[in-house]
Design a protein around this ligand. Structure first.
Ligand code: PLP
Length: 406
């Protein structure tokens, strides 16, 4: 099963898309195609298609261009995200860089979210200008700020929702309507939500980006990234950018990610339930100053999140402790089930502290007014980012409870 099957449900597609025996094989589970290059078709149109990558599924030539195991994963991702095609990359950042370098050129202008995944934010804020691209970094939850940032050379809007690390939720349908009206493209990093909770293409986005390292692989053992969109866009990103950046995914990594992805629905249900229970626990805890979880009525974008992510609010929680950094250090020393580590979307529950004073103060691309409002509304003197894993929720809550005891 390769094409999207709108009649079928998510769990069915997660198992069947890009799966099943390959031509000439009876193996129900496809093998890992560990091969750098492939035997080429005989001289003729098929060979030209392979070498020029013109059709939607050209014959494989060399694994930097395409590989059968990577293509199987691409079919699964396209099917679940509701896109025509997908491009899998070695990491999430490779997907972000491929999209930005593929869509923008010298003289163009991009409007991007001022607080998002640090790697993306730094790449946009510190590096795109070197290539002659103008940037505006705004709070994309505020449509007026996007509107005010438009220039005659604006080509792209880049958003992330829910956003790392503060869990701000951006209205994809509203931003995509704005983008369409202005004739610019919208790229959405949907890593935190996964296609199980949110499908940006259905809400009008042009391209979706994922770090597969997180929930989609879901086992904390592989890096990967993906871009999903129209066949035309994806073909061009592969042919014109990815093969030159060389950040293609390896076949074994792709095979493992596709294996992990079959259980995405089950895992997301558990991640969401655990995160909600933890968020509710933290919200009533005397040591906690503020909790951010899109599933709590106290979250500033709760109503939007409920509309945009009908399947659940995700597995990520952010919170601030009343006693600040010293209390975080104490908590980090006392946790037993949680691990103090970066990353997210793993079976293991993780916590990680963002010293947001530094984070915001060092951000030369933010105005003083932006810094002040981000600090006041979201970050305070620092936030703990928590990734709820797949353990039992009572065990997780008990662990936090003992770690927060003074
Ligand atoms: C982790 C992450 C990335 C980068 O992905 P890598 O696989 O680490 O390169 C991009 N966007 C978001 C939202 C992320 O959480």
């Amino acid at each position: 099963m390769s094409a999207k099957e709108p009649k079928l449900h998510f769990e069915t597609l997660a198992v069947h898309c890009g799966a099943g025996p390959e031509e000439g094989s009876v193996s129900l589970v496809r093998p890992v195609h560990m091969s750098a290059s492939f035997k080429l078709p005989e001289f003729g149109p098929e060979l030209f298609d392979a070498l020029l990558m013109e059709s939607d599924q050209p014959p494989h030539v060399y694994s930097r261009w395409s590989n059968p195991s990577v293509r199987s994963l691409e079919e699964k991702l396209a099917g679940l995200e509701g896109g025509e095609a997908a491009l899998v990359t070695a990491t999430g950042m490779a997907a972000v860089a491929t999209v930005l370098l593929g869509q923008l050129q010298k003289g163009d202008h991009i409007i991007a979210q001022e607080i998002c995944y640090m790697g993306s934010q730094e790449f946009i804020a510190k590096h795109l200008e070197r290539f002659g691209i103008e940037i505006s970094l705004v709070d994309t939850a505020d449509l007026e700020q996007i509107e005010a940032a438009f220039q005659s050379n604006t080509k792209l809007i880049y958003i992330e929702t829910p956003a790392n690390p503060i869990l701000r939720v951006i209205d994809i349908a509203a931003v995509s309507a704005l983008a369409a009206r202005r004739g610019v493209k919208l790229v959405v990093d949907s890593t935190y939500a996964t296609p199980y909770l949110q499908r940006p293409l259905e809400l009008g986005a042009d391209l979706v980006v994922h770090s597969l390292t997180k929930y989609i692989n879901g086992h904390g053992d592989i890096l990967g990234g993906a871009i999903i969109g129209s066949m035309e866009e994806i073909k061009s990103l592969r042919k014109d950018i990815l093969i030159y950046l060389g950040s293609s995914a390896g076949p074994f990594d792709a095979w493992l990610i596709a294996r992990g992805m079959q259980t995405l629905a089950l895992r997301m249900e558990k991640h969401c339930a655990n995160a909600l229970a933890i968020a509710a626990f933290l919200e009533q805890h005397p040591a906690v100053e503020r909790v951010f979880y899109p599933g709590l009525p106290s979250h500033p974008h709760h109503a939007l999140a409920a509309r945009q992510m009908p399947g659940g609010f995700g597995g990520m929680v952010a919170f601030r402790l009343k006693e600040g950094m010293p209390a975080v250090v104490k908590m980090a020393e006392k946790i037993k089930i949680f691990t103090y580590a970066t990353s997210l979307g793993h079976p293991h529950s993780l916590v990680f502290f963002y010293p947001t004073d530094l984070y915001i103060d060092q951000a030369a691309y933010l105005s003083d007014q932006q810094k002040q409002s981000i600090r006041q509304e979201w970050m305070g003197e620092g936030i703990v980012r928590l990734s709820a894993g797949l353990e039992n929720s009572a065990d997780l809550i008990n662990d936090l409870d003992q770690a927060l005891q003074t």
